[in-house]
Design a protein around this ligand. Structure first.
Ligand code: GLU
Length: 382
């Protein structure tokens, strides 16, 4: 076995989502709040564009970097919406943002390099760092001060081997959105220590209470060190289409292209043509966000009223990070307990690293009635 796989287990978010789907197929009475997969249908015009692309023969190998019209459209979006000056040459289209992150980590890190990860953080960053032979260095953010990131905290984890920092805002699983001053802290540390920064912005359009996403690649002084990751999955309910992208300095894009060309040749051609239509679906995307906000408000109110359950109101993304006071149960035991007693599937917090030991992640990308049913079941079993 390749030693790099030592100690890596399958993605908990994927595993719990798959488990819930399987249990449903078997006819078990469960409510899943596990996988971060929007319950909305992909907007019709995108589905129609897919049919047209297939009928018109867009069913072959295509440019490994991504079809030109899509890369140009992504570059225009990043310029106009995110303030990132870039061209199609900076863009690489990938089957999902996840693969873009993996390629970027592989391109940047050598064996023994350290990758800084504020935690709790999404389950796959740590595994990706390990797969690259790098060393993930998770540092806990504190729920008691709303997971605030400071320059002093970042500095305290920097060593000679620190190479890369990964930030995800809006954050999975905490729902935190970095403020301008937190981004200033990141910017200062990246500059001072000449780090690379991966900014995972896949939840940029799921952001609440009038907040705005900040893209660090819009800061000219760290632009050449920043890799912006995005996807169509969450913004347009397109998780199953597997399509995402990166925007990076050209030499990083080229290193990623090199790997992609050997590993998968290219991203599905017809999916890329369909994805072009997503840029005409901002209304649909905003409507989904409004509904997520309504669900967030409901879930926060209900879950925070339960004895021993503490939540922090998510500022973006579609996850509720719940801390449960319990002397004898860790997060896995809590998740099993909820599954067995209430038939509600969640993801145990320890999968997200330090700080998740007594936590569960509840996803509210499920229908309102599913959320109501989950709350009813949890209340009953308590
Ligand atoms: N990102 C989603 C989640 O956290 C989907 C599963 C995965 O790829 O991790 O649930």
């Amino acid at each position: 076995m390749n030693k790099l796989l030592d100690g890596i287990s399958a993605s908990a978010t994927v595993a719990f989502n798959n488990m819930a789907k399987k249990m449903k197929q078997e006819g078990k009475s469960i409510v899943s709040l596990a996988g971060g997969d929007p319950d909305f249908e992909t907007p019709k015009r995108i589905r129609d564009a897919l049919s047209s692309a297939v009928s018109s023969g867009k069913t072959h190998y295509c440019d490994s970097r991504g079809i030109t019209p899509l890369r140009e459209r992504i570059a225009l979006k990043l310029k106009t919406e995110n303030g990132i000056s870039c061209t199609a040459d900076n863009i690489l289209v990938t089957p999902g943002a996840k693969y873009a992150i993996y390629l970027a980590v592989m391109s940047i890190c050598s064996a023994g390099d350290e990758v800084l990860l504020p935690q709790p953080s999404w389950v796959s960053y740590e595994a990706m760092a390990r797969l690259a032979g790098a060393v993930p260095v998770g540092f806990p953010l504190s729920a008691s001060d709303n997971f605030i990131l400071t320059e002093a905290l970042l500095e305290s984890y920097i060593t000679e081997r620190t190479r890369l920092l990964i930030i995800n805002s809006p954050n999975n699983p905490t729902g935190r959105v970095l403020t301008a001053s937190e981004w200033e802290a990141v910017r200062s540390v990246v500059k001072k220590h000449d780090l690379y920064l991966i900014s995972d912005e896949v939840y940029e359009k799921i952001i609440f209470d009038g907040r705005k996403n900040i893209s660090p690649a819009s800061f000219e002084d760290i632009k050449t060190k920043t890799i912006t990751i995005n996807s169509f999955s969450k913004s347009y309910a397109m998780t199953g289409w597997r399509i995402g992208y990166m925007c990076a300095p050209k030499f990083v894009t080229e290193l990623c292209y090199l790997q992609l060309s050997h590993e998968i040749s290219c991203t599905n051609e017809f999916v890329q043509y369909a994805a072009l239509e997503a840029f005409n679906c901002e209304e649909e995307s905003a409507a989904m966000c409004a509904e997520y906000e309504r669900r967030r408000d409901y879930l926060v109110q209900e879950i925070s009223s339960l004895p021993g359950f503490k939540v922090i109101k998510p500022e973006g993304a579609f996850y509720l990070w719940v801390h449960i006071e319990h002397e004898n149960m860790d997060s896995s035991a809590l998740a099993m307990w909820l599954l067995e007693k209430a038939g509600v599937v969640t993801v145990p917090g320890d999968a997200f690293g330090k700080g998740g030991e007594k936590c569960l992640r509840l996803c509210f990308a499920y229908s309102f009635s599913d959320l109501e049913e989950a709350v009813r079941r949890i209340k009953k079993c308590l």
